[in-house]
Design a protein around this ligand. Sequence first.
Ligand code: ARG
Ligand code: ZN
Length: 855
Amino acid sequence: QTIYLEDYKPFGWIIDDVHLTFRLHPTATRVISRIRFRPDYDVHHRPFFLHGEGLKHISIKVDGHEVEPTHVDGGIEVDVPEAPFNWEAEVEINPEANTALEGLYMSNGMYCTQCEAEGFRKITWYPDRPDVMAQFTVRIESTASHTPVMLSNGNGLYTSTDQTQKDTPSVTIYQDPWPKPAYLFALVAGDLIAHEDKFTTMSGKEVNLAIWVRPGDEDKCAFGMEALKKSMTWDEEVYGREYDLDEFNIVAVDDFNMGAMENKGLNVFNSSCVLASPETSTDANFERIEAIIAHEYFHNWTGNRITCRDWFQLCLKEGLTVYRDQQFTADMRSEPVARIANVLALRGRQFPEDQGPLSHPVRPESFQEINNFYTATVYEKGAEVIGMLRTLVGADEYSKALDLYFDRHDGDAATIEDWLQVFEDSTGRDLTQFKRWYSQPGTPRVTVREDYADDTFTLHLSQSTAPTPGQDDKAPQVIPVNVGLLNPNGDEVMPTQTLELTETEQSFAFPGHATRPVPSILRGFSAPVILDHDIDNARRAFLLAHDTDPFNRWESGRMLARGSLMNSIATGAAPDLAYLNGLGAVLRDDTLDPAYRALMLGQPSQTELAGLLHDTGDTPDPEAIHIASEALRDAKAAALADVLPDLYQANQVKGAFSPEAGPAGQRALANAALSLLSRSDAGKQAAAQYQQADNMTQQLAALSCLLDAGQGAAQLASFQVQWAHDRLVMDKWFSLQIIHANPQDAATTTARLTEHKDFDMKNPNRFRAVMGALSMHHAGFHYRDGAAYALLADWLIRLDPLNPQTTARMCSAFQTWKRYDPARQEKITTQLDRILSQPNLSRDTTEMVSRIRDA
Ligand code: ARG
Ligand code: ZN
């Protein structure tokens, strides 16, 4: 059941075009496919196998003659001529019964599809593999009363839908001129309202844009539409990429396993990733929505026009597209703030993955269920790899290489080898060693030693990567290490240079420094590595005060916070004064962007601290970590008592709400200050803010502060009444209570919420709002009674038969089990074994739990 990269074989048949007819019915949709196949004579062995899963066979005709297929695992085999032929098949499917949300399913009365990675085989017989590309024409048959709006990929060719003739049959036809793999197919039908706009591309073509939503959500589309237009402009200006159809549609769907999907010309979004209004969405929501709209739009070139040969190449489109959306966010907002946010996400999600039982290469070499590989490693580390490549070759060479990539591979289903070849050809650089970033999992550790003699400052760098499952020996990688030098007054004496660390050990000399300089290493987090640099607090405080690289300046504060916390955890020592004083100075510096200062106020998460302790050979005690983290917050509140009220006041935003980076940053800083202030004023200021709030950012921040202060019961109740009608806000209401529960109460709070009438396990957003919140509450999830482990396992077992994908993803909550003490380990493995012993456990969940368990 394991599939290997090295076993790749081309399909053997070429499809010229595909005609699909859908006769929509909630429980018995008919799908008729007419496909022209011809042999690919370059391929010698051409068995005719088509994928298909859960399809009710009605008929299959080859060149007009009825044939009987042979049913084999995952599809059918059919005797076909060794010559071009016409295929015609009819199947029946049941969208209403489709709770896995893969293939054609219903969400709140609306038909929608999710085909990536292998969902098209649940719609009809087809070579459901990304290297088979074809032109699709789609005919949808229904009635205006059943589905007033019908959409598919490409351009609308024809519709007979007449909204005054509700029950007469209606037909809509879409045609997509661009050959595409089946995973990019989409169909949506239902009662939808459009928020429309237009965009004129750089060559003067007009594109009709629409965001389709359920009635009642039409006032939440404006922000997404602006984000879409900004994305279209940005991709023209920065990558020279123009949109290539007459229309571009986005649909918001309530039940969706992931964030969004880049189907050609018809992006389908989890409603949480597109619907936005000031009253219901936080600044963080706005920022995420802007990034995801951009991400899906950018896929039109990196993913759709150039797609992947097979699913092992997933990072070819995802790493590059994440990298592009990160560049976009940096351009739209603040570059340093965006970089820090990306590194926080990488360390928060990718590092634990890369350093635990689920570790896999950016380009995996085997899998059982590809849906399990839509991971932080493929996406976020995949993006870091692109960023390193750009750092190594330089911005101009990167642009040239990308032009060549689009030129050479437009219309292809490509590989990582193709991608690297483009860079080799265009820059002349040998990327043999660089390629290890794609095949070698694990987080490299770079250790730094300094030397200074005869006016020469020397950095001795060494690298090593710990063994990962199935790969013990690691070869050295090319690591771009950005370095700058400061003099003891804090002036920069050497601007940022990129050192290329290619050996296990390497030294870099910087002559001509009459005084010993202070290095700033791994500026901008130029590589996804762990930096091991043993320097004292005075040095860190100096860099916190003076580093000219904003990322490293923040990182110095982070390192001080980290050291202080580790010390408190180990010895119960009070928080470190060097950190608190340095932080105070940064916060008082009004020349610094409020969003950046808000990030400075943060501290390492409890999960991160557990990882660090494990790293240094200690067993993390979740309770001790929790206590130390809270103590540091208390110490900050006390040490910053004179600056917090000013920060809070000075960053109140007047006037109409704007989700732009400037005011959002001010709100972030004011709310970070409020959360510390609330530790000493019993939530008085927070209660006032809650009372006055006219936007979700302010309302939710105030409520969080109240809950942390052990208050807020009344506000929580009124919040529920106020927002009972809004699913996405109610998701926040569910999460909030778990996030702010005391560790010993987290499991019981969660269990109580699962009994709430609005808890719906079939809705992935709601399930994640509850179970995801529990698994991210470090001290609560790992509370010593093990109740949270059992509760999560109970619900995973319940969800698995309905929705394997969402179940499997959530199993990663257990991936760090080896970090903990024997008692906790035993409690976790008991639950993992209980999950594994379920009869008919899905392939998705079986693979995830076995990998975690076998660590
Ligand atoms: N390609 C989508 C994106 O990155 C993700 C969809 C994956 N869905 C899945 N079920 N594996 O934007
Ligand atoms: Zn993507």
